[in-house]
Design a protein around this ligand. Structure first.
Ligand SMILES: NC(=O)c1ccc[n+]([C@@H]2O[C@H](COP(=O)([O-])OP(=O)(O)OC[C@H]3O[C@@H](n4cnc5c(N)ncnc54)[C@H](O)[C@@H]3O)[C@@H](O)[C@H]2O)c1
Ligand SMILES: [Zn+2]
Ligand SMILES: [Zn+2]
Length: 390
């Protein structure tokens, strides 16, 4: 089959690779109909994560059609249209039973790596380096789906592929930021990042009853899209003193909930916010610039939820503000299995619309060009979506 493979730093190519095969009784094979880029791919693309290897197939946000099922698969039949959680999880370990699927004890196939880095092994994920399970990604004609009854969900008929594809990763990540950030009725919520994850966090916050939602970024097209589709207010961090403006819009206190949907990928290359420039705060490596600003801006006793991806150590983290302001700091990789059925229901009822995020659609053959657009945020690109069928 054809697949989009990582070849080296900033280099991708569509290659012929072996077809995936059922390896155990709970696996199924899915023929991919749509597969989207994600901000989490950018550090991989740039070769900034260890263990990414030439030939790795990228992609973890996808919808497709069941092509083959293992003998123990109960919930799916050949021909079903399914969306698959980006997180691979067994469904039966202690963590999966708590709904913490991205912390699954069994689906990370190189547990020694994550265990030594983080103290405990975590779940696998499609299209990520060997340390995250080494599961081949979805930018391909076919993908092997382990634990099929746990990770794959039938897409209701009214939900288009272009809408459903985001139920795989960006929508559960967005929902998680709002729900685990404990957004409640009447809250003021600030979201850093107007990518797909930030925009879907804003939508989730509104659905959970927030009074005001404010999305922060520097790309005017992304901010305009957030305003149009989520009803949020927006701020451009290159033009605004963000903490001061957020205080102004929250009765002088600061937002109740601050969600960071930026991650380390932007730490190095993005111009600093006004606040960061004024305080001279720039770090090396994984710079938690937006986390720092969220901690600074959050009201006392509020919650900061980090949805953005970090892998190692960060510099200049304002632990003093977290402590003295009595903040709750939370984070996670999304536990898709916990939220996807509810998100698909909302999509079917038209309460949650996501297809506008697919700003650019390409056949798989144009994978390298599609990623370049997404990486550079050129031409208003929010997500490139590949269709391996052409
Ligand atoms: N927790 C999860 O399970 C999960 C799931 C999906 C993605 N992610 C992560 O979430 C983050 C966002 O994902 P995405 O796909 O929306 O990424 P994206 O790259 O499309 O968007 C990130 C946005 O952040 C903006 N940004 C950069 N610096 C900023 C700053 N200082 N203040 C405000 N905005 C800033 C960028 O301009 C960009 O628009 C990434 O780190 C990604 O890896 C996490
Ligand atoms: Zn992702
Ligand atoms: Zn598990």
């Amino acid at each position: 089959m054809r697949a989009l493979c990582w070849e080296g730093v900033d280099s991708l190519a569509v290659r012929q690779v072996p077809d995936p095969e059922l390896r155990n009784a709970h696996d199924m094979i899915v023929r991919v109909r749509r597969s989207a880029t994600c901000g989490a791919d950018l550090p991989l693309l740039g070769g900034r994560l260890p263990f990414v290897a030439a030939g790795d197939v990228l992609g973890h946000e996808f919808v497709g059609e069941v092509a083959e099922v293992g003998p123990e698969v109960r919930r799916h039949r050949v021909g079903d249209r399914v969306v698959v959680s980006a997180a691979v999880a067994c469904g039966s370990c202690w963590y999966c039973r708590q709904g913490l699927h991205s912390c699954c004890d069994n689906s990370g196939t190189a547990p020694a790596v994550t265990e030594s880095a983080w103290g405990q092994p975590t779940a696998g994920c499609y299209g990520q380096p060997g340390a995250m399970g080494g599961f081949a990604g979805s930018h391909a004609e076919y993908v092997r789906v382990p634990y099929a009854d746990v990770g794959a969900f039938t897409v209701p008929d009214p939900v288009s592929d272009d809408r459903a594809v985001f139920a795989s990763d960006a929508a559960p990540a967005g929902w998680m930021g709002a729900e685990l950030g404990e957004v409640g009725r009447g809250d003021v919520v600030a979201v850093w990042g107007a990518g797909a994850v930030g925009q879907l966090t804003a939508q989730a916050a509104t659905l959970l009853g927030a009074d005001r939602v404010i999305v922060i970024d520097r790309h005017p097209e992304r901010l305009a899209m957030a305003e149009r589709h989520t009803g949020a207010e927006t701020l451009n961090y290159e033009l605004t003193d963000i903490p001061a403006e957020l205080r102004e819009r929250s009765g002088g206190r600061g937002p109740d909930v601050c969600v960071e949907a930026v991650g380390a990928a932007d730490g190095g290359g993005t111009p600093a916010s006004l606040a960061a420039r004024l305080t001279g705060h720039r770090g090396d490596g994984e710079d938690p610039l937006a986390v720092r600003e969220a901690v600074h801006a959050c009201r006392k006793g509020g919650t900061v939820f980090v949805s953005g991806t970090f892998t190692g150590f960060v510099h200049t983290f304002p632990l003093g503000a977290v402590m003295n302001k009595g903040l709750t700091l939370r984070s996670a990789r999304q536990h898709g299995q916990r939220w996807i059925p509810m998100l698909l229901d909302r999509m079917a009822r038209d309460e949650l619309r996501t297809e506008h995020l697919a700003t650019h659609r390409f056949p798989l053959e144009q994978g390298p060009a599609g990623y370049a657009l997404f990486r550079d945020r050129a031409d208003g690109c929010v997500r490139t979506v590949f269709n391996p069928e052409g």
